[in-house]
Design a protein around this ligand. Sequence first.
Ligand code: 8YV
Length: 325
Amino acid sequence: MDKYKVVVTGPIMPAALALLEQQCEVRQWTEVQPPRLGQLAEWLKDAEGLFVSANVAVNEELLDVAPKLRVIAQAAVGYDNIDVQACTQRKIPFANTPGVLVETTADLAFGLLLTAARRIHESWDWVRAGKWQPGSRFPLGVDLYGKTLGIVGMGAIGAAVAKRAQTSGMKVIYYNRRPRADAAALHVEYRNFETLLAEADFIIVLTPLTPETRGMFGANEFEKMKPTAYFINVARGAIVDTDALRNALASNKIAYAALDVTDPEPLPASHPLLQLTNLLIVPHIGSATTECRNRMALLAAENMLLGLAGKPMLTCVNKEVNYIV
Ligand code: 8YV
């Protein structure tokens, strides 16, 4: 049997590559810089499968140069880089990787909250700089116990963060477009967006980036938060107006921010955000553990092989075309 032709747009965990290679002729982009469309075009001409790691925009322009494409699998849960409607119009099923990164990302989200509240990262810098001297005192942090966490975007990751917060004695409120039917079982309370902004001591953003959520946090929203509020974003940078966040932090309208995602990404070393001291930034590492990246890559590879064989993919987004006619 001829092997399927698959293009992989970036790094892939070895086990997933080995799985793909059993049935596919794989062309993998291995440069450090993500590929531009022109650099992939030759490979895409006869590609049947596209394995994306959120580093490439899958839009009409790309689909136009990939006439034989039948399946797209992405090793990421967020898919703001994919024009799903364009895929559906061309009857190309697209799958992401929900579920397998829930606990890992929740650990990072709650870890950022705790690290920021207790200034764990700054205190280590302080010790290393030799400032731990007789009589010296590191500045005080804030408690989590008894505080209110507001989760914006209460999906599976939100529920996993809520569990962690509740274990630390926090009350959890949330905002979603629609309240969750199982909120009582999760011991979380719904608030409208404005009320959540005003009530929360800590806010964690977990909502997907869509046209509706782009720029959802701007000057008005930071204005409504408590001056003691901690703002944590582990979703997508563009949900936040970066200038408005910088101004809110610089003028102490809010106390602190901890970001796993930024806009732009990567953040240039000269970026004005980096001049602030009341924030902590990590380089988009929400799912970055060996175990989690293996689960994501293997699920994406399984989806790819199922799709290429004309079988429904496990976690297809555009379910209406989750088969090959
Ligand atoms: C990264 C994520 O995008 O799954 C997502 O949506 O944000 C992260 O897991 C992942 O690194 C992309 O490979």
